[in-house]
Design a protein around this ligand. Structure first.
Ligand code: NAD
Ligand code: SER
Length: 316
């Protein structure tokens, strides 16, 4: 029987839904408490409505369930954050402080907090971006993630907090909708390929970005959280590489299954965000420290995405 009691904060989002499913298999449904600021129509239980900015309610939930681990997923993503920078800073930073302080006070044992490729900026080397390099993010989302990384490392070094983190690339899955990021096009494109055989892309054809199929990201997250503490040498956040492609590449991959698929380009404000990010990531440290290895390539992901989404469409 699991001795861990896990709280996921932001469990109803793109990552949370798939993470909860996987953690429930490993740790038992009763030991994975989902929480989000919004309750869903068919809500997975146990569930608590929680605004991460409400520190009193967070503490009450942690005590009620005797939580040992927190996965903090609640945040504003890159595109949404640019529209509301002050609130994005408030949510992304104060949410993290509330959880870090619980661990500092000894109320929880372990924290997972995701960072992003958005910590890098226009002055960062863009191809196979190394773990340690120039980091001058110019989006509010990237600035909050970089500050968050510094605080995670600080709480680990000063207070011994066991906090673990990955700089996720853009994540692509069929089970849940993306929540307002710049990489969301790479999910929308599969839906539109099946529904209308055409897609109008908000990034230009050449915009290569680091991406990853969701099951690889979930596996990496759980592997990092289950790694022995002495193997987790980086307490800011680990680079994690998966697939790197541009909109033309993903369109070509889709055409192997839907030959009549067409793509048009209509870049908007998200182009500037994408242009400030890396094109591909060097993840040697994650491979060396805790054995990370991605499984899915672009064509492998396209096949699974189209198979599952077409089944989903037929059942609607
Ligand atoms: P998402 O927007 O899909 O989900 C976030 C969830 O948090 C939503 O269900 C939302 O209702 C909830 N939430 C919002 N405000 C809240 C609050 N005040 N209190 C409690 N819950 C609140 O985001 P996601 O894609 O699942 O991302 C989760 C985390 O992973 C974020 O920190 C994000 O920055 C990071 N990340 C995601 C990606 C990606 O491609 N999805 C890439 C890099 C990093
Ligand atoms: N997928 C995320 C975004 O586009 C990257 O952190 O915001």
């Amino acid at each position: 029987m699991s001795t861990e009691r896990i709280l996921i904060i932001g469990s109803n989002g793109q990552i949370g839904l798939e993470l909860a499913e996987n953690l429930r298999i490993s740790y038992g449904s009763e030991n994975v408490i989902c929480s989000d600021v919004r309750r869903m129509e068919h809500q997975i239980e146990p569930f608590e409505t929680l605004d991460i900015l409400d520190q009193t309610n967070l503490l009450a939930i942690v005590k009620k369930y005797q939580i040992t681990q927190v996965y903090l997923l609640a945040a504003l993503l890159s595109a949404t954050a640019e529209k509301n920078p002050k609130f994005a800073w408030d949510l992304n930073m104060n949410g993290l402080f509330h959880v870090l302080d619980l661990a500092k006070e000894g109320l929880i044992k372990k924290i997972y907090w995701p960072s992003s490729i958005a910590v890098f900026g226009p002055t960062t080397p863009r191809v196979l971006t190394p773990q340690y390099t120039v980091m001058e993010p110019n989006t509010i989302y990237g600035i909050s993630k970089q500050a968050g990384e510094r605080y995670c490392e600080y709480y680990n070094q000063k207070y011994g907090v066991d906090v673990r983190s990955i700089r996720y690339p853009g994540l692509i899955g069929w089970k849940s909708a993306p929540g307002g990021g710049t990489t969301d096009y790479a999910v929308h494109i599969y839906h539109e390929a099946l529904k209308s055989k055409t897609y109008d892309c908000f990034l230009n054809a050449e915009t290569a970005l680091p991406m990853m199929y969701m099951p690889d990201a979930i596996r990496a997250t759980i592997e990092l959280m289950e790694a022995p503490s002495d193997k987790v040498k980086i307490r800011s956040s680990y680079n994690l590489g998966g697939i790197s492609f541009n909109p033309e590449d993903i369109a070509a991959s889709i055409r192997k299954h839907i030959p009549e698929f067409t793509i048009t380009y209509n870049p908007d404000f998200r182009q500037a965000i994408a242009d400030s990010w890396p094109q591909s990531i060097n993840d040697d440290e994650a491979r060396k420290d805790w054995g990370w290895k991605p499984e899915f390539d672009l064509d492998g992901m396209t096949k699974v995405m189209l198979d599952n989404l077409s089944k989903q469409l037929k059942s609607q």
